[in-house]
Design a protein around this ligand. Structure first.
Ligand SMILES: [Ca+2]
Ligand SMILES: [Ca+2]
Length: 252
């Protein structure tokens, strides 16, 4: 009997381990409440979190007062009484019990969120931002606070060997705070479709996203570490002089 029980326990443990191993990868995100002023008041939208697939509804609070008469079965709401100065919070109601309130937000000033990018300067301090175009972006929670950050590619497509301003990746918080910069250096060529892409996700599930970027000799990481040979510049002399690929199309 004792052996039999041990075997049953072992099977149960193995089964539990297999179940745990098969869990879906997820992000631990905030409610992500967004409010946008419209001609019909304020439109609100928020995340239905991964653990809320069961019996959940929501209450919307404007300036601390609940505005919906019945709990909402959707993750958005049009508040006819909302104004640009209203403050909003959302509370999930799980099996009849109202949960803690979300972050409090005010409506965006327009139909989109304007995130200012930092100016870019050369070694002498001259503003060379115009040499760059804003390219792809990836969203991920880099610092584990539940809010997404954006990793943006700021592309410099002047491939001449003499040019020392290279494509950058920068991470921004949604309020425009710059978190870090990676300079890809001279040995990664960039255009709309070439070579440098960025992938960001919490691959190891520790709550903070990792960023995967192709780099090369001379790339500079946020802490100043240079990848490989800092002096390497494999650009062929002369071949790309005066050639700025795709820059015109981007500016349009
Ligand atoms: Ca974050
Ligand atoms: Ca991680």
């Amino acid at each position: 009997m004792k052996i039999k029980k041990t075997i049953i326990c072992s099977i149960l443990l193995l089964s539990m381990a297999m179940t745990a191993g098969a869990q879906r990868m997820m992000e631990n995100l905030s409610r992500g409440l967004v409010a946008v002023k419209t001609t019909e008041g304020v439109y609100l939208s928020w995340r239905l979190l991964g653990q809320e697939w069961y019996d959940v509804t929501y209450n919307v609070y404007r300036d601390g007062v609940r505005v919906n008469s019945e709990p909402l079965e959707t993750s958005n709401y049009q508040d006819a009484g909302g104004t640009e100065s209203s403050t909003y919070s959302v509370r999930a109601v799980v099996r009849g019990v109202e949960q803690e309130g979300s972050e409090t937000v005010t409506p965006w000033k327009g139909q989109y969120l304007d995130i200012p990018m930092q100016l870019i300067s050369d070694a002498s301090g001259t503003d060379i931002t115009d040499q760059y175009s804003l390219n792809n972006a990836s969203a991920a929670d880099l610092d584990g606070d539940g809010d997404y950050e954006l990793i943006v590619k700021r592309m410099n497509s002047d491939f001449s060997k003499a040019n020392t301003a290279y494509t950058l990746f920068q991470a921004y918080k949604l309020d425009g705070t710059l978190m870090w910069t990676i300079d890809v250096g001279p040995n990664i060529m960039n255009s709309r479709h070439v070579e440098t892409n960025c992938m960001a996700y919490d691959f190891n599930q520790d709550g903070k996203a990792e960023v995967v970027i192709r780099l090369a000799d001379g790339s500079v990481l946020p802490d100043g570490t240079v990848v490989g040979n800092p002096l390497a510049n494999y650009r062929p002399a002369g071949e790309y002089d005066g050639l700025t690929i795709y820059q015109t199309q981007y500016d349009e």
